[in-house]
Design a protein around this ligand. Structure first.
Ligand code: F6R
Length: 612
């Protein structure tokens, strides 16, 4: 959950490192630090508690640290409180090894005790300091070079790590290693970069190496060599990153989140266009053939957070269109509950980052059981994308705001396409219905644009209710799935206590929380369930709730019940999530803005949850 950057070239390293860290601040932001090798071949370290801005001020935008080789880190604390002392980079006792780390070293206590017995001393509470000193220990014990010492440490370390390390006696090189935590290497003429994620280096290069699991890299100025854990050289082909550098900038918007909300029509359009060709769907590189689709007996969707909510919506769509039983599971539960998997199951893992630790572990569990796996992933080359048997890439581009919006929408488009194709191949819909659904799918981006044109109404409503303390989102069926995501958006960025409830379940306990003025959002996009949910809205209204209704144009009778109504364009009932979510994202966003909160980097959260 931390962000790492490394630079080895001929320009001043510190400003480049700070710039990269700024792009990665979404990964963690409770402290940060830089280490740069100066002209006297000494490694200078500066750290700061709090936001990156403080580190930048402390180093005069990096200008106070001279040198063209360095590493940087932005932290989301796991071991040890956020403090300057615990901030990275960490350094060995005699300054031989300096490094930054992302991940969790599970056996750090045992390793620390070993090092203490060998007279190492510890100044921080971090597992990272242990890793750095372990490398130093092996270097001295065997009198070997960096690659050997790192490899020896890797065989002892249990857990996950992306490590970027500098050695006092190897002035023109940086070394990296990774296992289960993201790390990429970028090169251009005379310069080499290491980073946790592509946006950090996109401004400088598009040539990227995805360093494999349990591999080591030696980075010179413009060169990268790779080794496996047995220290044998490995070849990695560089890839050309297609993301546009501007996609990782705010482009005139006040926040990344509102920019990304506006990019949703494009994200959905691009994702659909990648597989819909004329009147049919072609999964192409995903490798999902008709034969495979016919052989699937059950689908298990595994994911976390918003991606799990995509799974919740997908469940209704798959079951209704393709008549395949679907289970949706939280990855953190699935991985530890010894799930009963059947040989004709398809496990679908949905993840924007492709690095979420629980989702990755769930994928591995399914693979170990010999179950077919499909990843719906946004980040090319990420761990889940590399390990899943089939991959369906969503084309949302880089998502920077911690709260997901456009990746969520692109994931929905992907699951709709899968459900439609499954339905056709399995004969549960005819050709005419197939074409109708595809045509309707193609109209979603335009309808999303229409909703965005009317955003000022939501802005006004959010400003009026910016002091809300509790909120409930209620709905049935797909509307319940929409409610879950709407509620998550509200709590994560606006810090309003909010809950999503299946509307029919309210009266089994939760309705006792409704009092005068409690804000309740009733989601009613499903015609079949409209009256049922409306009657639940009446129940909360008669107990004093203030009601916002969210429904499709035409369902005007909602105004008899709701105090404020938002309409979305009509669409096929299976696809309403894609439209109804936009007003709810806007509500969370504008409420957060009205409360003066940090929309893009909400407290305690990090974008990529690479720890369990
Ligand atoms: C909420 C949010 C998170 C992520 C979750 C999974 O706005 O962004 O709930 O959806 O952490 O992340 P990925 O999709 O990267 O696996």
């Amino acid at each position: 959950m931390c962000g790492i950057v490394g630079y080895n070239g001929y320009d001043q390293a510190a400003p480049i490192l700070l710039d990269g860290l700024e792009k990665l601040e979404y990964r963690g932001y409770d402290s940060s630090g830089l280490a740069v090798r100066n002209g006297k071949n000494e490694i200078e370290i500066v750290k700061a508690k709090g936001r990156l801005r403080i580190l930048s001020e402390k180093t005069d935008g990096g200008n106070a640290l001279a040198g063209s080789c360095g590493i940087g880190h932005t932290r989301w604390a796991t071991h040890g409180e956020p403090s300057e002392n615990n901030a990275h980079p960490h350094i060995s006792d005699d300054k031989n090894v300096t490094g930054v780390h992302n991940g969790i070293i599970e056996n750090y206590q045992e390793l620390k005790e070993k090092l203490l017995r060998h007279n190492y001393r510890f100044y921080s509470d971090t597992d990272t300091e242990v890793a750095i000193k372990l490398i130093d220990y092996y270097m001295k014990k065997y009198s070997e070079g960096p690659v050997d010492s790192i490899a020896r440490a890797m065989t002892r370390i249990r857990g996950s790590y992306a490590l970027v390390v500098m050695f006092r006696d190897y002035p023109d090189e940086i070394f990296c290693a990774r296992k289960d935590s993201p790390l990429i290497i970028g090169t251009k003429e005379g310069e080499t970069f290491a980073a946790s994620d592509v946006p950090a280096i996109l401004k400088y290069t598009r040539t990227v190496y995805y360093i494999g699991n349990q591999q080591i890299a030696r980075l010179g100025k413009g060169t990268a060599e790779f080794f496996d854990i047995d220290r044998e050289p490995v070849e990695i082909e560089p890839k050309e990153v297609k993301w546009d550098a501007e996609a990782a900038e705010k482009g005139g918007f006040e926040h990344f989140m509102i920019k990304e909300i506006h990019e949703q029509p494009k994200a959905v359009r691009d994702t659909i266009n990648s597989i819909v060709k004329g009147n049919s769907i072609e999964f192409g590189e995903t490798g999902i053939s008709d034969e495979i689709i016919q052989g699937i007996g059950r689908i298990i969707i595994v994911a976390c957070g918003s991606a799990y909510h995509v799974g919740m919506a997908a469940q209704y769509v798959f079951e209704d269109l393709a008549k395949i039983p679907v289970r949706v599971e939280l990855a953190s539960e699935f991985r530890y509950r010894d799930p009963l998997l059947l040989k004709d199951d398809l496990v679908i893992v949905i993840s924007q980052s492709g690095e979420t630790a629980d989702s990755l572990a769930a994928l591995r569990l399914a693979k170990e059981e010999g179950i077919r796996t499909l990843g719906i992933i946004n980040v090319v080359g990420s761990s889940i994308a590399r390990e899943a048997e089939h991959v369906f890439y969503t084309l949302a581009g880089p998502e920077i705001a911690v709260a997901t919006t456009k990746a969520y929408s692109a994931q929905l488009a992907a699951v709709y396409a899968l459900a439609i194709q499954f339905a056709k191949v399995r004969g549960t819909i005819d050709q005419q219905k197939y074409e109708e659904l595809l045509a309707e799918l193609g109209t979603l981006p335009g309808k999303m644009e229409k909703i965005l044109e009317d955003k000022e109404r939501i802005q006004w409503f959010a400003a009026k209710y910016s002091n809300a303390k509790d909120m409930f989102f209620i709905g049935r069926g797909i509307d319940y799935a929409i409610s879950m995501e709407g509620s998550l958006k509200m709590k994560e960025i606006s810090y309003v206590h909010s809950e999503a409830y299946a509307a029919g379940e309210l009266k089994h306990g939760t309705i006792s929380l409704v009092e005068n003025g409690t804000l309740v959002v009733g989601v009613c996009t499903q015609n079949r369930l409209f009256e049922k949910t409306r009657s639940n809205m009446v129940e909360v209204k008669s107990r004093g709730a203030y009601l916002m209704g969210l429904t499709s144009y035409g369902n005007y009778s909602i105004e008899d019940t709701a105090d404020f109504t938002v309409y979305i364009p009509k669409t096929d009932q299976h696809f309403t999530t894609s439209l109804a979510i936009i007003p709810l994202q806007l509500l969370g966003y504008y409420l957060s803005v009205a409360r003066g909160l940090n929309v893009d980097k909400p407290r305690n959260l990090a974008k990529s949850v690479t720890v369990e």
